[in-house]
Write a protein that binds this ligand. Structure first.
Ligand code: EPU
Length: 419
């Protein structure tokens, strides 16, 4: 198992290229199931989760080739079944359910089960598919779904769900008749999926708003598409620039996808300015405390909550961070406390008392974004102190070559193999 070792106290300076968005790549790979023929995705981030999604399709018989440029041909897909061994390693595998059902009239997908950040049930996905005429049973830990042809339906999600909205949108694209999804997720990744479905011949309107309407079509054709930049990777590098008092240009970053996060940075005293093809972020070293509540897009993203806690810990005074999306997304708190942070949890709220002088030590990553926060704390730690972040396989699920990108900005970071 690998660990990442960081010597603290170096301001990050220079330029970093933001990779393609993981949470767009995953549904786009699943959407290839809907088309007859070869889909080509460009700017695909080279990440463990993306590889796993490719494996899920390949395990069903689809032809999947490439990494940065990924080609998927579902013509040879014979077994519409996603097995537990793959699904348990990545919950987003559930994204194949809607496309399989719409295209083949049947699907067998392992129930994902819980994960470190919460229980994460999928009943909204199933409820919507049932409204479109699917017969769904749960058997031995598997979702078994069947239908003749899905029909259009009016669906209202009980809560905003990103992959739920995506699954229903993909299924409705090939259903007979008109569908609406109310209380839909408005994340940029939902918009990008709708855009690709429309390129494939679908008729999806309203993605990016809370009501999506879909006119089902008879068939979809394969397309070529370049994936947008990863807003969460970009947000993470923004915090890295801030907490090290650095000066970093993020190339390829789309600031309009990060409005809530950038507003928090600016209010805290970080300089964020648009430059050609990106954003320049400069830290000052002295920050105002923040009040932050995670919300579905366009609110502040839960996927940046852990990273912003590191900035909050450096601020002069008390910050209040409330997590409303996942019930257990404060796993980084006890690890940050081991590096000197003073954070008190009350239910869904973390009270962060700054300023902290982070000091390096050995810490344990628990999930993807918590791991990123620990790396950031290591970068911000007192000069000469060393942080060892263990179990970095979590980090590899969502950050492409993070240690190389950080080294390119002057950080002292290396990956070591542990027994
Ligand atoms: N929920 C239910 N029932 C459902 C669906 C969702 O109760 O049927 C709950 C969840 O348990 C959670 C909330 O609704 O409390 C929101 O969950 P959502 O379904 O939106 O999450 P997701 O689609 O499983 C995606 C991202 C996550 C990101 C969340 C929230 C992908 C592949 N994953 O997950 O990304 O945190 O939306 O924005 O798009 C990450 O990249 O680190 C990550 C966890």
């Amino acid at each position: 198992m690998d660990a990442i070792v960081i010597r603290g106290g170096r301001p990050l300076v220079g330029e970093v290229a933001i990779s393609g968005a993981k949470n767009s790549a995953l549904p786009l790979i699943a959407s290839a199931i809907l088309a007859s023929g070869r889909t080509t995705l460009r700017n695909v981030p080279v990440l463990r989760d993306v590889h796993t999604m490719g494996e899920v399709l390949a395990s069903m018989g689809a032809a999947v080739a490439g990494t940065r440029v990924l080609q998927i041909d579902a013509a040879s897909l014979k077994r519409p079944e996603a097995a537990y061994d793959l699904v348990r390693t990545m919950r987003a595998s559930i994204l194949v359910l809607g496309p399989l059902l719409a295209r083949f009239g049947q699907a067998r997908v392992s129930l994902p089960g819980g994960c470190a950040i919460g229980a994460r049930p999928v009943e909204q996905h199933l409820k919507g598919l049932e409204r479109m005429g699917a017969k769904i049973t749960l058997d031995e830990g598997y979702i078994e779904a069947r239908c003749r042809r899905l029909h259009g339906a009016e669906m209202t999600c009980d809560m905003v769900t990103v992959t739920g909205t995506m699954n229903l949108m993909m299924a409705a694209a090939l259903a007979r008749g008109h569908s609406t999804i109310e209380n839909a997720a408005r994340e940029p990744e939902v918009e990008e999926l709708a855009c690709v479905l429309n390129k494939m011949g679908a008729r999806v309107h309203g993605a990016g708003t809370a009501v999506i309407s879909i006119e089902g079509v008879e068939e979809l054709h394969p397309v070529e598409h370049a994936i947008m930049p990863d807003r969460i990777e970009a947000g993470t590098f923004m915090v890295a620039a801030a907490v090290t008092g650095g000066d970093v240009v993020l190339r390829g970053c789309l600031p309009e996808h990060l409005a809530a996060a950038i507003a928090q940075l600016v209010a805290a005293g970080v300089s964020v300015e648009p430059v050609a093809d990106g954003v320049r972020v400069r830290g000052s070293g002295r920050y105002q405390p923040m009040e932050l509540v995670t919300q579905p897009h366009p609110g502040f993203p839960t996927d940046l909550q852990a990273q912003f806690m590191v900035l909050a810990a450096l601020a002069d005074g008390q910050s209040v961070i409330t997590e409303t999306i996942f019930e257990n997304r404060f796993m980084h708190v006890p690890e940050l406390a081991r590096m000197n942070a003073r954070i008190h949890i009350e239910g869904r709220t973390a009270i962060v008392r700054g300023p902290t002088r982070f000091k390096g030590t050995t810490v344990m990553a628990s999930d993807l974004r918590a791991s990123a926060a620990l790396v950031l704390a290591g970068l911000a730690a007192q000069p000469g102190t060393t942080t060892r972040v263990r179990r970095v396989y979590h980090l590899d699920r969502g950050y492409e070559r993070i240690e190389r990108k950080l080294r390119g900005l002057g950080a002292q970071v290396r990956r070591v193999r542990e027994a």
